[in-house]
Design a protein around this ligand. Structure first.
Ligand code: C2E
Ligand code: CA
Ligand code: CA
Length: 401
């Protein structure tokens, strides 16, 4: 293993170099600028190399360096360090992830010895949970076949009350159980279904299955509101509310047992029609949620024009909220706006105990994310519910007297 420290400040550079030599057996190389460092790294680089790089350097800044590391396909670990504004660091962090680099950490100076130890440990555990790779879309005819052959299946991710830990509902997430490739995630076929005009059959296939499962749970004494994702493409036909109502009635389910999560995946084509449709859905008491709030797909204009009763704060503002001041401001801004509008609030992407602990005092109503549960097949849900009953008591802060 080799460690490259790139920093134009000699004091910091030597200090980190010294600490890292003490903490590991690695060869430590120090560079006072990006140009000489990139020369050396381009010549030779290995998957167990570790680069610790300051963002602000006079000859070649950290952003250029990150870009070039992406270009040469650097496979080692990368740590970004900055004395700058935490927001710049966050942006470059996203850039590095987008370029497929194995970013271990993004830190503000000064870096403690303890943190360096943790970084070395992380670099040794080379197989960090990777974010799912975006694979190419599948052939168009296959998606049509998938629909006719019933290869789309539903998984469900629980939504729980932040205050009581009670499970209030589940979100339906579609998967394609592909006969050759196994389970395929929606990021590989939803956009394609939209382009091919298949969103109507897809949505109704998912919705019918979700309502079937909800009706079955109801019979078993499990009351859950099911959420189904719809795209703006679904809001083209004016009879959409009646069709939804029909599906509910057929199974004897009340309209309040359904929540529709709406995102604007493409440009909203027909604003007036969607206002008409969504208003009538609300009049029928079906729940409407504005999904991924805060991203380009969900705007303030939508919030102004459409009758939502729930707002889901996008996961990119939730995970890590307790230790990033800017995320916290955005999160709290979304939350307070939603509360003033009388909307039920959901935080999605609650990934760890720190995210959960933050929510306990935030005033947000509902939490969803891997910390609570990953999406699961319907038959696993009853067992998960039992396990959660045991776990939840330990997770809830006792109410103040
Ligand atoms: P979404 O509606 O924002 O769904 C949440 C996504 O985040 C899901 O990915 C879920 O598995 C993932 N997730 C949940 N908890 C966590 C967490 O703690 N951390 C992280 N990093 N991720 C978490 P999935 O299932 O791959 O779905 C991706 C998107 O596909 C969904 O995003 C939704 O927009 C779309 N989608 C899924 N099913 C349907 C559907 O039936 N119809 C439509 N129109 N879109 C769907
Ligand atoms: Ca959703
Ligand atoms: Ca979402």
């Amino acid at each position: 293993m080799r460690i490259f420290i790139i920093d134009d400040d000699p004091f910091i550079r030597h200090l980190m170099g010294h600490q890292l030599s003490e903490l590991s057996q690695a060869q430590v190389y120090e560079f006072d600028g990006g140009v000489s460092a990139m020369d050396a790294i381009t010549r030779e680089h290995h998957a167990d190399d570790l680069i610790i790089c300051d963002l602000h350097m006079p000859d070649k800044d950290g952003v250029e360096l990150v870009r070039e590391l992406g270009q040469i396909g650097f496979k080692g670990g990368l740590v970004l360090v900055s004395g700058e504004d935490a927001r710049i660091l966050q942006t470059v962090e996203r850039l590095a992830q987008g370029l497929g680099l194995r970013l271990l950490d993004a830190l503000q100076k000064p870096v403690s010895r303890h943190r360096l130890e943790q970084i070395l440990q992380l670099n040794r555990e080379r197989d960090l949970p990777q974010t799912r790779r975006k694979a190419p879309p599948l052939p168009a005819n296959e998606l049509k076949q998938a629909l006719s052959r019933n290869e789309l299946i539903n998984h469900y991710q629980p939504k729980v009350s932040v205050r009581s830990g009670e499970v209030t509902g589940v979100e339906t997430l579609v998967r394609w159980d592909h006969p050759r490739d196994g389970l395929i995630y929606p990021d590989r076929f939803i956009a394609q279904a939209e382009e091919l005009g298949l969103m109507d059959p897809l949505t109704f296939a998912v919705l019918r299955r979700a309502l079937d499962d909800a009706a079955r749970w109801h019979q078993q004494g499990i009351e859950l509101q099911v959420a189904v994702n719809i795209s703006m493409d679904n809001l083209d036909a004016l009879d959409f509310p009646e069709r939804i109502e029909h599906e509910l009635k057929q199974r004897g389910l009340p309209p309040t047992s359904l929540m529709l999560e709406v995102t604007e995946s493409r440009l909203m084509r027909n604003r007036l029609e969607s206002m008409d449709i969504l208003s009538r859905l609300r009049l029928k008491r079906v729940g409407l949620s504005i999904d991924d709030f805060g991203t380009g797909h969900s705007s303030l204009a939508q919030l102004r024009d459409l009758p939502f009763n729930e707002l889901k704060i996008d996961q990119s503002f939730v995970h890590g909220v307790s230790h990033h001041a800017s995320l916290r401001s955005i999160f709290e801004g979304c939350l307070s706006m939603a509360q003033k509008l009388g909307l039920h609030t959901v935080a999605e992407g609650v990934e760890d105990a720190t995210d959960w602990a933050f929510l306990q005092y935030s005033g947000c109503d509902t939490a969803q994310g891997w910390f609570i549960a990953r999406a699961m097949p319907p038959e696993q849900l009853p067992h998960w519910l039992q396990q959660w009953q045991q776990r939840r008591t330990a997770l809830i802060q006792p109410a103040e007297e």
